[in-house]
Write a protein that binds this ligand. Structure first.
Ligand SMILES: *Cc1c(COP(=O)(O)O)cnc(C)c1O
Length: 401
């Protein structure tokens, strides 16, 4: 587990992504090894005792740590500029563990309302079962944050850009208010990816990812990660919680995600170039009522997005005329873009949130989240952007009938 002499903190980002965290075995392999092992052996009984006491820094059991998972964690931590990282089996495992490990009955959590469906469930339904008070608010309205954080609070959770309505929240302003209320700020940075937004620069305490999305980026593996510079949180809360509840990342999946990181920068930047072209094109199409993309001047938080993001990402949402029926006609007419609720994939994927990712919410709750029946979320892929635009145009025309 020792620092590999091949990993250098002065490396620039592209170098970190290709080489960060690599630990070669005595076989001197070029590509990182996949250590598919659940356990590790000890030379002596004394060594096992020392390892369990924490006096010896070594691998004990893959529910705790694993060499391939450790390479992934180290590479992602170097990219994010964080000291500490733990991989998890999925993005939701990361979100849940990041919160549950530090909360107690009687604590208060404040979160933005525009959340991925499963994140919304955790905050609004699950945490209250354990006696945790949760407050949901409009994350784009700083006055609501000020009001909610005028009382002592344990934790603040937000997504920016949010899924699927692409609301942008001022991370710096919310971080300052959170800290004044005694809260740790947890940012779900999935939509931006570590390439386009660095929440630690704006005061976030904990950053969580679904690595299933852009970090894999090719639709193969589930995974997640939790990053922080808060050693007390990491050592005394998070690590203990993960070790004993077991949402560990498979070494095989960690290896796929590790290889995904090598091309993450190239992919995410091209995704954003394609998405911008698609968003501009969609804005010109008859049959689309409203295009939501943080990189368009028509977006309500366009300036904030430009200030805190490097680029606007690869998700474009839009309202198709004709509500649910219009949206379904559009989806069913697509020839290239696939209907799928995943995102951040090299393949362009689209979903109808009201009947998929956000189906379980009552229509009023969806309306509060800004998810109408005509809303479609498009994850713009890496195909030739002209092919994506052509498919969009013919499907929008078909939907209008
Ligand atoms: C997909 C997603 C998650 C959950 O990640 P999984 O890997 O699917 O568990 C959490 N937050 C956001 C914003 C997501 O898009």
């Amino acid at each position: 587990m020792g620092d590999d002499h091949r990993t250098d903190k002065s490396w620039r980002q592209a170098t970190r992504l290709v080489r960060g965290g690599t630990e070669r075995s005595h076989f001197a392999e070029t590509s990182e090894g996949i250590y598919m092992t659940s356990g590790y052996v000890y030379a002596t009984a004394e060594e096992a005792e020392q390892a369990f006491k924490g006096d010896l820094n070594r691998f004990i059991y893959s529910r705790y740590a694993n060499p391939t998972v450790a390479m992934f964690e180290k590479r992602l931590a170097m990219l994010e500029g964080a000291d500490l990282c733990m991989g998890t089996a999925s993005g939701m495992a990361a979100v849940f563990a990041s919160l549950a490990c530090m909360l107690n009955a009687g604590d208060r959590v404040v979160a933005s309302r525009a959340l991925f469906g499963s994140c919304h469930y955790i905050v609004s339904e699950l945490l209250p079962c354990y006696g945790i008070e949760t407050v949901l608010l409009d994350g784009t309205d700083l006055a609501q944050w000020e009001e909610a954080l005028s009382r002592p609070t344990a934790c603040v959770f937000l997504e920016t850009p949010s899924n699927p309505t692409l609301e942008i929240i001022d991370i710096k302003a919310v971080a300052d208010l959170s800290h004044a209320a005694g809260a740790k700020l947890v940012v779900d940075n999935v939509f931006a990816s570590p390439i386009l937004q660095r929440p630690f620069d704006f005061g976030a305490d904990i950053v969580v990812y679904s690595a299933t999305k852009h970090i894999d980026g090719q639709g193969r593996a589930m995974g997640g990660a939790i990053l922080t510079n808060d050693e007390d949180y990491f050592e005394n809360q998070l690590k203990t919680f993960l070790r004993h509840t077991g949402p560990s990342l498979s070494p095989f999946n960690a290896w796929i995600l590790l290889k995904g990181l090598e091309t993450l920068d190239l992919r995410v930047r091209q995704h954003a170039v394609n998405a911008r072209a698609v968003a501009e094109f969609a804005s010109s199409l008859k049959g689309i009522d409203r295009v939501i993309y943080p990189g368009l001047p028509s977006h309500p938080q366009y300036e904030l997005a430009a200030a805190q993001m490097d680029d606007a990402g690869n998700i474009v949402s839009f309202d198709i005329e004709g509500g649910r029926d219009g949206a379904f006609r559009f989806l069913n007419a697509l020839r290239l873009i696939d209907i799928s609720n995943n995102l951040g994939d090299a393949k362009s994927l689209t979903t109808h949130p009201a009947t998929t990712t956000h189906q379980r919410f009552a229509p009023e709750v969806r309306a509060e989240m800004g998810i109408g029946d005509g809303l479609v979320r498009l994850s713009v892929g890496l195909e030739d952007v002209e092919d994506i635009k052509e498919d969009l145009a013919q499907a929008v025309a078909a939907a209008a009938g």
